[in-house]
Design a protein around this ligand. Sequence first.
Ligand code: HEM
Length: 513
Amino acid sequence: MIALLLFLLLGTLLFWFIKHQYSYWNRRNFPCDPDTNIPCGCLTSVVKHEKSMGVALYDAYVKAKSPFIGIYLLFRPAVMIRDAELARQILIQDFTSFHDRGVYVDEKRDRMSCNLFSLRGQSWRTLRQKLTPTFSSSKLKAMFHTSDDIGDKMVEHLNKILPDEGRAEVDIKEILVTYAIDIIGSVIFGLDINSFEDPKNKFRCLVHQARRNNLINANIGMLIFLCPSIIKYLVRLGFKNKTAVGLREILKDTIEYREKHNIIRKDMLQLMMQLRNTGKIAEDDDNWSTKANTTTGEENEFTLDDIAAQGFIFYIAGQETTSSAAAFTIFELAQYPDLLARAQNEVQEVLARHNGQLSYDALQEMPFLDLCLQETNRKYPFPFLSRECTRDYTIPGTKHVIEKGTPIVVPLLGIHRDPQYFTNPMIYDPDRFSPSNPNYNANAYMPFGVGPRQCIALRMGKINSKLSLVKILQNFDVEVMSKREIIIDNHSVGIQPKGGVKVRLSKKEKPCY
Ligand code: HEM
C-alpha cells in the first residue's frame, strides 16, 4: 500500500514537473511552437528512433517562422536561433554571453572529459591559446607527407578491389572513413598504421566502438549535449568511455617509446608532448623537440590525460567531418557531368604543372575543388552549433530575455538549406561561391562555426578532404549517375548516409600524371 502511494506521489510530482517545464516559454511570452510534444519536445522523433537529432532540429527549423523560437530538448527549454544575422551576433559580437557549449565536462573528477570542445570559460580559453599553433599552416605543411602517404594507400586499396576493366560500385564513405581514421591515428596518435591492409588493427577496432550504430551510442551522444548532469552521475557511478580509455593507453605507450628512444616525429602528438614538457608549443617551426630548456612552472599543467582527451576529441571531431566532406563531393560530382569534368581537368592541369608531384602548394592551386568542398559543406554541414547562455541576454531589438544556463541551438542544416539564404538549396552548385560572382548570403554560411569557438582545425579538415578528392580524381573515373539525394540515417548526431555513399568507379587507363 505504502509502495503504491509512493509510486502515485512520484508519478504526480514527475507529471507536475514536466508540465511546468513545458510551460516555460509560454510563461515568458516567448515565441514557441504551439504544438510541442510532451515529454520530448522537438526530439520526439529521435527518442522514437525515427530520425537523427540533426534532422529533428532541421524539422523544427522548417516548421517555425520567427527569427528565434523557444523549443524543448527533451524537457530542457532551449532557444533555436533561426535568423543567420542574429546567430552571428550571438556567436561573434556577443560571445562573452555565450562562450560555452554546455556539454558534459567535469574538470575536478574526470580529466579525460576536459577536451577543447567541452571545456568552459577560462579553462577553454587557456587551452585554445595553447593548442592553436598546432594547426598553423606551416605545421600542417610539415605533416602533409603523412596524409599524402595515407592517400596513396587508399589508392592502392581501391586498385585492389576494382576490376582491371569495367566499373564497380564502392561505398566511398567507408573508404574515406578509413582514410580519415588513419590520418588521425598517424598524425595525432603517432601510429604507423595501414587500416586498408590491416583493418583489424588495435586503433581502428577501438575507434570503431565509438562509431557503432547502436541505441547506446546514439543516446549517449544526445545526452552529452542535452543532459550533461546525467553523464556526470553515470561517470561518478563508474561508467567509463572504453574508447577514450583505450586511446589513452595507446598514447601512453607511444609517448614512453618516443621518450626512451629520443624519437622526434613531425606530428601533433610531438607538439602535444612539447606542450606537456615545456608549457608551450614552439613558435619556431623547425623546433619539434620535447625537451624542456627552462623551468616555467607550467610543465605539469598539461598532462597525459589532457593529451588523451584532446586526441579523443580530435578523432571524434575530425574523422566523420573530413570523410563526409570528400564522400559527399564525389557523390554530387557523379550527378553533374560538367562539374565532374571541370574538377578532373583542374587536377590534371595542376599536376601537369607540378610534374605529377602532389604537394601542399600544388593543392592550393585548385580553386574549383575549393568551391566544390565549400558547396558540399553547405549542403551537408554538421547539423547544428550549440552554445549555452552564460549570462542573462536580451535579444537585440526585443524585450525577450534568454536566461543564463539556457541551451542555444543554431540549426546549420536548416539555415544552409534555406532558399532565403541559398537559392535552389538542394541543387549542388559550387559556382554560387565564385569569388567574382557570389550568389549566397555570406552571413548564413558557417560550416566550421564562427567566432572564437569556430573549428580549430578547419585548415586541416579542408586539406585532408581535398587531398583525398585529388587522389580519387587523379586515379579513377567516376561514373555519372542519375540525380538522387542522400537519405540521412536515424542514428548519430551528424549526417550519416543510410546504406553508405555508393558510387561506381573504374581504374583510369593511365592515371592523370
Ligand atoms: C571538414 C572538416 C571539418 C568540419 C566541417 C568541422 C566542423 C566543425 C564545427 C561546425 C565545429 C563547431 C564550431 C562552433 O561551435 O562554432 C567544430 C569544432 C571543432 N572542431 Fe572541427 N570540423 C572539421 C574538422 C576537424 C578536424 C580535422 C579536427 C581535429 C583534428 C577538428 C576539431 C575540432 C575541435 C577541437 C572543435 C572545438 C573547438 C573549440 O571549441 O574551441 N575539426 N568543427
